[in-house]
Design a protein around this ligand. Structure first.
Ligand code: NAD
Length: 265
C-alpha cells in the first residue's frame, strides 16, 4: 500500500472523491449517521422541494427548527487536517482536483482551488429560473437564524423573513439555496468536469463516503474502467469497498496527513 502510493502517484494524476465523512471531524455529522440530520427529520420531506413547501404551509415551526439545525453545524465548522492535507497535495502538484458530494465549502476554505461540487453549496444561492448564482454570506445566515426565533409558528412571518434572505433575482424569479435535493438532477457542468478528471487520473482516492448516493457513487466504477486504481480512506467499509484496490481504515484527519507525509514532498 505505502509502496503503491509512493511509486504510482505521478504528478497531477491523483483525484479525490469526498463525502460527508471527511467533514465529520470538523463537527458536521453525516446526515445518515448517529446525531445526523435524518435521525430527526425525514429526508423524504426535508430533502425534497415539495416536502419543504408543504412544511412551510402546514408546519412553519418545524421548518424553522430544520433550518436552524441544518445551518448551525455548517456555520461553526472549520477545515480539519484532512481538508488541509488535500489542499497541500494540490499545491505540491500531486492532486489534480477534489470532486465532492459535500455542500459545506470546507475544501475551498482549506485552500483547494480545483473543487467540483456535485451537490452544490449551502453558502450559495441560485435563481430558480435563469440559474444566476450569488454568495450567501455566513453573517447573513447567522442574522437570519437569529430572527427565526421571532417567527415561531407564523407562516406569514416566516415567508416574509425568507423572502428577505432569498430575494428575487434581476430576472424576476426567486433565489433558492444552491444544493441538489432528492430527485433533482446534478449540475451538468459539475458532472462532466468530474468525468473529465476521472479520465485523466491514475489514482482515485475515495474519502469518507458510503457511496450509496447515485450518480456520485457511479464515479469510482467509471474511473476503474478508465484504468485508475482506487484507494479508499474510510472508518469502515462502503458500498464499493470490494471495488477498491487498497483500503485504509481510519479517520480521514489522521490518514490524509500520513499520505501527505509519504508522498507530498
Ligand atoms: P454518508 O453519510 O452516506 O457516509 C459517510 C461515510 O463517511 C461513511 O462511509 C462513514 O463510514 C465515513 N466516515 C465517517 N466518519 C469518518 C471519518 N472521520 N473519516 C473517514 N470516514 C468517515 O455520506 P456521503 O456518502 O457523502 O453521502 C451523503 C450525502 O449527504 C452527500 O450527498 C452529501 O451531499 C450530503 N452531506 C453533506 C455533508 C457536508 O457537506 N459536510 C454532511 C452530511 C451530508
Amino acid at each position: 500500500m505505502k509502496d503503491y502510493l509512493k511509486n504510482n502517484l505521478r504528478r497531477g494524476r491523483l483525484v479525490c472523491l469526498t463525502g460527508a465523512g471527511i467533514s465529520v471531524e470538523s463537527g458536521i455529522p453525516a446526515f445518515r449517521g448517529k446525531d445526523g440530520l435524518w435521525q430527526k427529520y425525514d429526508p423524504e420531506i426535508y430533502a425534497n422541494t415539495s416536502g419543504l413547501k408543504q412544511t412551510l404551509r402546514n408546519h412553519p415551526g418545524r421548518l424553522v427548527s430544520f433550518l436552524r439545525d441544518f445551518y448551525t453545524a455548517l456555520l461553526d465548522a472549520h477545515p480539519n487536517q484532512a481538508h488541509l492535507a488535500l489542499a497541500q497535495l494540490e499545491k505540491n502538484g500531486i492532486l489534480t482536483a477534489v470532486i465532492t458530494q459535500n455542500i459545506d465549502n470546507l475544501h475551498q476554505d482549506a485552500g483547494t482551488q480545483s473543487v467540483v461540487e456535485l451537490h452544490g453549496n449551502a453558502f450559495r444561492l441560485r435563481c430558480i429560473a435563469c440559474g444566476k448564482t450569488a454568495i450567501l454570506k455566513k453573517e447573513r445566515i447567522k442574522e437570519m437564524l437569529g430572527l427565526l426565533g421571532v417567527v415561531r409558528d407564523s407562516r406569514i412571518k416566516l415567508l416574509r423573513l425568507l423572502s428577505r434572505y432569498f430575494p428575487r433575482c434581476g430576472c424576476g424569479q426567486r433565489y433558492r439555496i444552491d444544493i441538489v435535493l432528492f430527485g433533482e438532477i446534478l449540475p451538468e457542468n459539475a458532472l462532466s468536469m468530474a468525468y473529465r478528471y476521472l479520465e485523466m487520473c491514475n489514482t482515485l482516492l475515495l474519502i469518507g463516503s458510503s457511496l450509496v448516493v447515485y450518480p456520485a457513487a457511479g464515479l469510482p466504477l467509471y474511473a476503474k474502467q478508465k484504468g485508475a486504481k482506487i484507494v479508499e480512506v474510510n472508518s469502515q467499509d462502503s458500498a464499493l469497498s470490494d471495488l477498491c484496490d487498497y483500503k485504509i481504515r481510519g479517520p480521514a484527519s489522521r490518514v490524509l496527513p500520513e499520505i501527505l507525509n509519504l508522498i507530498g514532498n
